[in-house]
Design a protein around this ligand. Sequence first.
Ligand code: DER
Length: 233
Amino acid sequence: CSLEDAKKVAAFKAVDEYVKNNYIVGVGSGSTVVYAVERLAERVNKEKLNLVCIPTSFQARQLIIKHKLVLGELEIHPQLDVCIDGADEVDENLTLIKGGGGCLLQEKIVASCAKQLIIIADHTKNSVQLGDKYKKGIPIEVVPISYVPIKNKIETMFGGELVLRMAVAKAGPVVTDNGNFILDWKNFKQTKDWQKINAEIQLIPGVVETGLFIGMAEKAYFGQEDGSVKEQS
Ligand code: DER
């Protein structure tokens, strides 16, 4: 089956197995989550489910509204039952690279408020060691004025190269939903010590958040080429 079919089968299985009536559901961002929202809407209509959906981006808000799902906010629902989101890469320890779609900050906030973070992806995202598959670099959201000093500091501390993410349909850098820039950290040294590195990067003034989601995901569903779904937990 196609990559889109693989995303869809993973998304549907995750929604069917983790979403229950009266749930507060975090809705992630990206292309795989589109199928999860479709399935949420199908189940609400078919099973008359009572759900509130918390977005992780303008894109997620639009998806929730488009599918006539109940849109909620963290200030009303600071505790979620489940958050369903995509990822750019998932390693053997369920450490994630996220932020390929530039939505990592609200994704991490909402995921941190959920009892369970469930990842949905196609098989190309499934790796042994972070960096095996996703080559665009680890996204790091930064306050715009600080992107050059942060670039220099991380390159000095940990090597690799940080590249300011430039917009395609707009002149200049990508500006996130939160008004920040994204640095993509490419050619990083593969390691098992992401916890320590992540903590050090987060301490650099101007770093808002990293696309490293460590110890957050409960389970991942990977849609396969044959239409089956591989689960990792
Ligand atoms: O930006 C993000 O974190 C997205 O969730 C991304 O990692 C997954 O997007 P995709 O489902 O379009 O691959």
